[in-house]
Design a protein around this ligand. Structure first.
Ligand code: DX5
Ligand code: ZN
Length: 229
């Protein structure tokens, strides 16, 4: 089972929006691998969060890759604005796209990395015929819409099944998990086969600060995939 290591992808959905610029700088200094922007339209999910202007305002502050997680119904028309805002990767939900293959083509044609995010109830068979067209699969380990929810361990077999499918097909596609990732839940998610971990509220509720939270969560993930000496 291939492991690319442990990459922390902070979601700023639960950050203090009045100091978002300082927060992304803090996260870069803490050694995270990217910034995960949770975009919600109030239709596909029962919440509204942020748009491309917020992302564009933070783009010049850090050198980190940005990924836009579009929890948006029929996102095709909005994708250019997120790429323009500085997102190198755009994740869309098959549950929200009538023509998923075409939507992924829209992302690729703009020079961004296409990716899919699948809800807990969505089977891998729904994305089987686009695996060759994407750079990453995000397995939701909560139902989308809010930070601070409880991790769904029932998604671990889905992560493992996807890892085995990708290995069988010889596809270099990243597996990311998203929702309820903490120091206590990352070990099992990493053992299941994920290598990128979206972490939101667990970063911002750590009394020792973001830097401590990033290090602790990464270490707990690494300890789960590093063979005992
Ligand atoms: C939920 C979002 C997640 C969430 C992660 O719809 O996609 O990225 O904000 O936050 P935590 O880590 O608090 O579950
Ligand atoms: Zn997300």
């Amino acid at each position: 089972m291939a492991h690319a290591g442990i990459e922390i992808a902070p979601s700023v959905l639960n950050a203090d929006f009045s100091r978002l610029g300082d927060t992304v700088v803090e996260l870069e200094q803490a050694g995270v691998g990217r910034i995960h922007w949770d975009v919600m339209d109030g239709q596909f999910v029962p919440n509204i969060s942020m748009g491309p202007a917020i992302i564009a305002s933070c783009r010049p502050l850090v050198n980190l890759p940005f990924e836009a997680h579009l929890m948006v119904r029929e996102p095709d028309g909005l994708i250019p604005a997120f790429v323009e805002a500085g997102c190198e990767q755009v994740l869309v939900h098959p549950e929200a796209c009538t023509h998923l293959h075409r939507t992924l083509g829209v992302i690729a044609a703009l020079g961004a990395r296409p990716a899919v995010a699948v809800n807990p109830a969505t089977p891998l068979s729904d994305i089987e015929w686009v695996l060759e067209d994407i750079a990453q699969v995000l397995i939701m380990t909560v139902n989308p819409g809010f930070g601070g929810q409880a991790y769904l361990p029932s998604m671990e077999p889905k992560v493992t099944a996807l890892r085995e499918l990708l290995d069988r097909r010889g596809l270099d596609v990243e597996i990311e998990v998203d929702g309820g990732i903490t120091a206590d839940t990352i070990p099992d998610a990493a053992s299941a086969g994920a290598s990128v971990f979206v972490v939101g509220s667990a970063l911002f509720r750590d009394p020792a600060g973001v830097d401590h939270a990033v290090s602790e969560i990464r270490e707990r993930g690494l300890s789960a995939i590093t063979p005992a000496a």
